[in-house]
Design a protein around this ligand. Structure first.
Ligand code: ATP
Ligand code: MG
Length: 634
């Protein structure tokens, strides 16, 4: 494993030379005069003085060489619609949209809140903002009024771009009542709202003087040509709020030049993409993965991006592989959550399609357990690469970089520190470096590389306070995740630092126990939380979804299955980690980005209020937790 090690070493020891080289992957209107300004730690300014534009890099610069190539393929299994845009088409639509936005008084530095479903107009809107130097803040479509209002209050947008609704599993989620309510309660509501009408809401109204219809407005800007606004590399391109798994979402502010360079470099070294090839990322534009790898990354690199609205198992569990086959997808990016959904299905669905174009599949967003990793690798017959990142970083911080070196995959490991990250595993007690296999906090010695957040929107102090003060006396970025490094240099994420269970003085990560539970062959998914116990401090409690429900059909079967799971944990981890109970449920409470809401499960298990539920995907999952906590009726 020498080549990658050397590559990484150079990225840290010759930081500026390394990134100056990567900067050549994007277009600059004016080159920078300084690669890195780190005169005010921990704030890092990349490519200072350089002038560039994200929209130019994603669209305009490809017109000459690949104007006729597909840029965006839109597939909706919700509406049955498919639309394809070449780079030339995309350029036209983005110019129209930029013309529309400009006509509503938006200019450089103004915020535009994009609250949209997975439709191409959402991409046009993002790119149009970038074109104008306006700052977009995409809020996941379908977030309830309260979450939306909190983000409006923080970002103070001049304009909101939205739609009548989104679709999920054949069900419409109408937005009107949500954005109206959010605007009503907001302290700094947008003056204008553009609404794209998909024909989902028969009662779609319009507020006079505030609302405009997207299509109607577009028809007045058909021939607009809006020049690119060149911005200094460090000017903000967007604000994106973190998922809120652990609490109050933070407004992550991203720069422009550093982000463009980081994405282009990752397309080359990590994802092994090539201009002209097709990338399929199954995320949503409302998340960071959608920003980086549905929209900006592939387009900046001259690749075709597939945008998919729909579920992974509708009309059947072969749909993603059909998309791969039909569009000769070479790079795919998805999540462990989706992998676990597919794992419950027949793998024959994959075999029905010719996925020979696919080089590899990347997964991120949540811990990838070993059984799921193994299952997916075998089912696909392709490398499945786990990589680890955060909204804050914008691109992976632990990964393998197959284009630099084809390091062997270790199941359940997201690999090595990505180039540019001086990543350390630091002991919580004294901030010392952990030994191999010693559990510690995943941290990064600043400066953070290009592409990472520049600050918390409007709150430099909160940025420093939140991320850089975990280790007294040391200016280090904390990820708030536990990890270990094995003797071979492979890293493993053990869960979040606030997901720790203290059983009679033993500190156990919930992830460790979940891994052990998951080693039982009938467990598809599990959540483990710590519940207060007068004797031991805390006790682990498990809520599990099984693959074969017949095995938990009766009280007796459940009891025997529970015993088997406990025995599995005893063998894997030791009795100290054995859950006091294993409850079988059909659904676990998750955020809309697919992350387990352990904090709500724990609250319910301890008989407390589950707290802020605005980011929950399906609130009925909590009823099952509640029901499981009732004393058994015999
Ligand atoms: P908040 O910070 O608001 O609580 P969040 O941390 O869930 O929300 P994201 O930035 O979307 O918001 O998620 C990043 C987190 O997801 C990481 O810190 C880590 O806990 C988890 N994660 C991401 N990728 C992986 C991975 N490959 N393996 C394990 N965990 C991962
Ligand atoms: Mg986080």
């Amino acid at each position: 494993m020498g080549t990658y090690k050397e590559f990484h070493r150079r990225s840290i020891e010759q930081r500026e030379e390394f990134w100056a080289e990567q900067a050549k992957l994007v277009d600059w209107q004016r080159p920078c005069r300084q690669v890195l300004d780190y005169s005010r730690p921990p704030f890092a300014k990349w490519f200072v003085g350089g002038q560039t534009n994200l929209c130019h890099n994603a669209v305009d610069r490809h017109l000459a060489a690949r104007g006729g190539q597909k840029a965006l393929i839109y597939i909706s299994t919700e509406t049955g619609q498919e639309r394809t845009y070449t780079f030339r088409d995309l350029h036209k639509e983005v110019n129209r949209c930029a013309g529309m936005i400009r006509s509503l008084g938006v200019g450089k530095g103004d915020r535009v809140l994009i609250y949209m479903p997975m439709i191409p107009e959402a991409v046009f809107a993002m790119l149009a903002c970038a074109r104008l130097g306006a700052i977009h803040s995409v809020v996941f479509g379908g977030f309830a009024a309260r979450s939306l209002a909190a983000r409006i209050d923080d970002a103070r947008p001049k304009l909101m771009i939205t739609a009548d609704g989104g679709l999920r599993g054949g069900r419409a989620i109408l937005y009107q009542s949500m954005f109206n309510e959010a605007i009503r309660v907001s302290k700094s509501p947008p003056a204008k709202v553009v609404v794209f009408n998909r024909g989902l809401d028969k009662e779609l109204g319009s507020v006079a003087g505030r609302d405009c219809d997207y299509e109607e407005l577009r028809s007045r800007h058909m021939d607009d040509e809006v020049p690119v606004t060149w911005v200094e590399s460090n000017e903000p391109s967007y604000i994106l709020y973190t998922s809120g798994t652990t609490g109050q979402p933070k407004g992550v502010q991203r720069d422009t030049g550093g982000y463009a360079v980081a994405l282009a470099a990752s397309m080359k070294h990590i994802y092994c993409g090539s201009p002209g090839e097709t990338m399929f990322t199954t995320s949503d534009i409302g998340w960071v993965v959608g920003h980086s790898y549905i929209v900006y990354g592939p387009l900046i690199y001259g690749m075709t991006s597939v945008m998919y609205e729909g579920l992974p198992i509708r009309p059947d569990a072969g749909i993603w592989w059909k998309i791969v086959a039909d569009n000769k997808v070479t790079v795919m990016f998805s999540s462990p959550t989706a992998a676990r959904v597919l794992k419950k299905q027949d793998p024959a669905f994959i075999k029905q399609h010719d996925i020979s174009s696919l080089k590899h599949l990347f997964l991120a967003g949540e811990p990838l357990d070993e059984p799921t990793h193994r299952w997916f690798t075998e089912a696909l017959g392709k490398p499945v690469i786990d990589h680890y990142w955060q909204t804050e970083t914008g691109w992976p911080l632990l990964t393998s970089a197959p284009a630099v070196e084809r390091t062997p995959v270790k199941l359940g490991s997201p690999g090595f520190p990505a180039y540019g990250y001086d990543l350390r595993l630091l002991r919580e007690s004294d901030a010392g470096e952990a030994k191999p296999n010693e559990k510690a906090v995943v941290a990064v010695v600043p400066p953070l590389p290009p592409g990472c957040m520049s600050t918390v929107w409007g709150d430099d102090e909160r940025f420093v306070e939140t991320y850089f003060t975990s280790f007294p006396g040391k200016l280090v970025y904390s990820t708030f995740d536990w990890g270990i490094r094995d003797e071979d240099g492979y890293h493993f994420i053990l869960g979040r630092t606030d997901d720790v269970i203290n059983v009679a003085g033993h500190r156990l990560g919930t992830r460790e126990i979940e891994e052990a539970v998951q080693a039982h062959p009938n467990i598809a998914e599990v959540a483990v939380v710590g519940v207060a116990d007068p004797l031991k401090g805390q006790l682990p409690l498990a809520f599990a979804v099984v693959k074969d429900v017949a095995k938990v059909a009766t009280q007796e079967l459940r009891a025997s299955q529970e015993k088997e799971v406990m025995d599995t944990v005893d063998r894997q981890l030791g009795a100290v980690g054995r859950p006091s109970r294993v409850h079988f449920v059909t659904l676990l409470p998750k955020t809309r980005s697919g992350k387990l809401l352990r904090r709500s499960i724990q609250a319910l298990a301890e008989g407390r209020d589950p707290g802020d539920l605005t980011t929950i995907e399906d609130a009925s999952a909590l009823d099952q937790i509640r029901a499981a906590m009732q004393p058994a009726v015999r």
